[in-house]
Design a protein around this ligand. Structure first.
Ligand code: ZN
Length: 181
C-alpha cells in the first residue's frame, strides 16, 4: 500500500526523469503515469512507474520509468491458455539499467536486490543496458531490473500485457497497488 502523497511524489519524479529523457508526453498523459509498489509498501526501492501508450488484445507499448536504484522485482510472464506468455523487448531510452536473467552469476554486479529481500532474487546474470541498447525477454523467462544512480527510462514493447497474471518469486508481492487516501 502507498499513500496518495507517495503516489504524487513518485509520479512527479517520473515526469521529471521523462523530461530529462526528452520524452514527448501529452498533458493528459501526465496523470496517466501509474505508480506500482508491488504490495511491498516501499515504492522508492521496489517499484516502477509506467505510462502505457496502448495495450490491445495482441500488442502493447509503454514507458517504464525508474528512479535512482529503483527495482522491478523478479518475475516472469507465464503461459495463458494457448498463449505461450508475454514476449517483451526492453530498449533503454535514458539512464542505465542493470537487467538480471538466468545464467551464471555475474561477479561484482552493478546492481543489488533491495536489502532484506535478497532471497527472492534468483536470477544473477547481469546485462548492463545503456541508451539504445535493447534486449528480448522470451515468454516465461525470469527477469528483474534496477536503474543506476540517475534513474532510467525504458521503452517496453510486448505482446498483449496482462500485468495481473505476472508471476513473482517473492511471495509477498501483490501486482495491484492499493493507494490509501
Ligand atoms: Zn517483465
Amino acid at each position: 500500500m502507498i499513500t496518495r502523497a507517495q503516489e504524487v511524489s513518485l509520479r512527479e519524479m517520473a515526469l521529471a526523469i521523462l523530461a530529462k529523457a526528452g520524452a514527448v508526453i501529452r498533458d493528459d498523459e501526465r496523470q496517466a503515469v501509474v505508480v506500482s509498489d508491488f504490495g511491498l509498501g516501499d515504492p522508492a526501492r521496489t517499484g516502477i512507474e509506467t505510462l502505457t501508450f496502448f495495450n490491445t488484445d495482441r500488442i502493447s507499448a509503454k514507458l517504464i520509468i525508474l528512479g535512482p536504484r529503483q527495482t522491478c522485482p523478479e518475475h516472469w510472464h507465464p503461459a495463458v491458455g494457448e498463449d505461450p506468455g508475454k514476449e517483451e523487448i526492453m530498449r533503454v531510452r535514458w539512464g542505465l539499467v542493470y537487467l538480471y536473467t538466468e545464467g551464471p552469476a555475474t561477479p561484482n554486479p552493478g546492481g543489488a536486490p533491495p536489502a532484506g529481500r535478497e532471497e527472492w532474487y534468483t536470477a544473477r546474470y547481469e546485462t548492463v543496458l545503456r541508451p539504445g541498447d535493447q534486449i528480448r525477454l522470451p515468454p516465461g523467462s525470469i527477469h528483474w531490473f534496477q536503474a543506476g544512480d540517475e534513474g532510467a527510462v525504458i521503452d517496453d514493447y510486448a505482446t498483449c500485457s496482462r500485468d495481473v497474471l505476472d508471476r513473482f518469486t517473492d511471495p509477498a508481492v501483490v501486482r495491484t497497488t492499493v493507494i490509501a487516501d
